[in-house]
Design a protein around this ligand. Structure first.
Ligand code: ADP
Length: 476
């Protein structure tokens, strides 16, 4: 701008001849510096030229607006930071599902309250209030298992992706459910989502209350139930609906077996300090072995229910299970869970056969399993149960103490079990019971508890008929 000004000045400077005579002729040509006259000329030019004047004016307005915008943006950011609080819940977090459930339930609760009060109209109004700003809803289907085993579906409408406003305990909360366009959860094929809750700074405590309520609601849903987790890619996912707890009394093992295992487990769970003081990894392995249908899995399920634990089932013969994934899964077991490795021999039998034929069926190697078992070193207790029908096929390295601390044979039905099971199905039928036990023993073939259960279920409420049908137990 300086150069331009100088240029403009020199062009507009009049020639020395045109200068007034009072100027000494000997004086050199004045430097082209803007004189007051020159300044006037420039300002005259600028003001008299409508394009320049308008341009400068517009520029001034532009600069002013830009500055005002900056102030506004900064001001609103500051105000936002001062007045509002955000809470971000990514879909990877457990509270994400709880929050969605809570929202779904909230809508139902709200609508049913008003339904009783004002009928269908009230329900509609309540829903309209809740989703005042929501025109985009998603459906969330939940199943309810009734006591008779039947299942009914329940549909709840939850806000879909987008912005929604809801009112909770007097506080207005903006719910922004966003889906990531680029990030996908490869294991489930669903996009990653984030829910951002925003409320006034003074109402920030509602977040804690809300999450606690959502968590309590989720826990209540699981109360009296056992959640079965299965591996899903690198993580554990609940498999189906939580199952009703199975009572320990309903699984009839041979005399003293159930009590022995339960006592051992409970003693272990109370010995955290003992392990920590001695620097021993806080874990205990149990191997239940015996013929199929003897109640191994049922017992573990009942034990989990008794302890109020969940079960993580891992199938070692799964084809895409690798050593790394196995290690990761075993080190990231949900809290209060029993790890169950079912039919532990199967994975390695297949592997041997596979190696011979040149195929590799399972991705897990034997040393990978040993490493994963040894590496499970967490401060939390680890209960590992393994089951097998063929203990003779297990490598001694797998069942050495430290990996398997307790071994228990869960065999075909003993006399004790036959009697106890019969009386559990036909209460009070003591006379028929003794005949039944005698007849089964005389058969001279091993009978599994699962076979007995089948016979009793077939002859529900008819002990005599069950007695008659004993010979059928001969065929498996
Ligand atoms: P396993 O794991 O030993 O193969 P399961 O636990 O899967 O056997 O039992 C199969 C079925 O037989 C289940 O429905 C279970 O209720 C019944 N069953 C087997 N053994 C027993 C038992 N000892 N007491 C009660 N039910 C049993």
């Amino acid at each position: 701008p300086v150069e331009i000004a100088a240029g403009v000045a020199s062009e507009t400077v009049p020639s020395p001849a045109a200068l007034p005579t009072s100027t000494p002729p000997t004086s050199p040509v004045p430097a082209p510096t803007p004189t007051p006259q020159n300044g006037n000329l420039i300002s005259n030019f600028l003001t008299s030229n409508p394009y320049f004047a308008a341009g400068f004016g517009l520029m001034g307005i532009g600069v002013g607006l830009a500055a005002a915008r900056q102030v506004l943006v900064r001001g609103s950011n500051l105000l936002y930071r001062q007045l509002l609080v955000d809470l971000e819940i990514p879909s990877k977090d457990k509270s994400y599902a709880w929050f969605l459930d809570w929202m779904a339930r909230e809508s139902v609760a709200l609508s049913s309250v008003s339904e009783s009060a004002k009928g269908i109209k009230g329900r509609f109004l309540a829903l309209r209030n809740l989703y005042a700003s929501s025109h985009h809803l998603s459906v969330q289907t939940t199943y309810k298992q009734h006591d008779n085993g039947s299942v009914s579906a329940n549909f709840s409408l939850v806000p879909g992706p987008g912005k929604h406003i809801l009112r909770y305990r007097g506080a207005y909360i903006q719910v922004n459910r966003e889906r990531s366009a680029r990030l996908m959860d490869l294991t489930s094929g669903t996009p990653f989502e984030t829910i951002t809750l925003t409320t006034l700074y003074r109402d920030r405590d509602v977040f804690r209350t809300l999450l606690q309520e959502a968590n309590a609601m989720a826990m209540k849903k699981q109360e009296g139930k056992t959640v079965m987790y299965v591996s899903w890619g690198p993580e554990w996912r609940p498999f189906g609906q939580p199952r009703r707890k199975r009572s320990l009394q309903s699984v009839i093992l041979d005399q003293g077996v159930s009590e022995r295992i339960c006592e051992d487990v409970k003693d272990f769970l109370h010995s955290g300090k003992w392990y920590a003081d001695r620097g021993i990894p806080y874990r205990r392995g149990y191997l239940l072995y015996g013929p199929p249908g003897s109640g191994k899995s049922s017992f573990i399920q009942a034990l989990a229910g008794d302890l109020d634990y969940n079960i993580c089932i891992l199938n070692l013969s799964e084809q895409n299970l690798t050593d790394d994934r196995l290690n990761h899964l075993m080190n990231h077991i949900p809290e209060r869970s029993i790890l169950l490795l079912e039919d532990i021999d199967a994975a390695f039998n297949k592997r041997e056969q596979a190696d011979e034929s040149g195929y590799k069926l399972s991705g897990v190697t034997f040393s990978g399993l040993l490493n994963a078992l040894d590496g499970v070193a967490s401060s939390e207790e680890r209960l590992i149960f393994m089951t097998t029908n063929h203990p003779d096929k297990l490598d001694p390295a797998l069942i050495r103490p430290g990996r398997v601390d307790v071994r228990e044979l869960i065999d075909n039905a003993s006399e004790y079990q036959i009697r106890k099971m019969f009386l559990r199905f036909y209460e009070g039928a003591d006379g028929v019971c003794e005949k039944f036990v005698k007849k089964v023993v005389e058969l001279g073939v091993p009978v599994s508890t699962a076979q007995l259960q089948g016979l009793f279920v077939y002859n529900k409420n008819a002990p005599e008929k069950a007695l008659e049908m004993v010979p059928y137990l001969r065929s498996p």
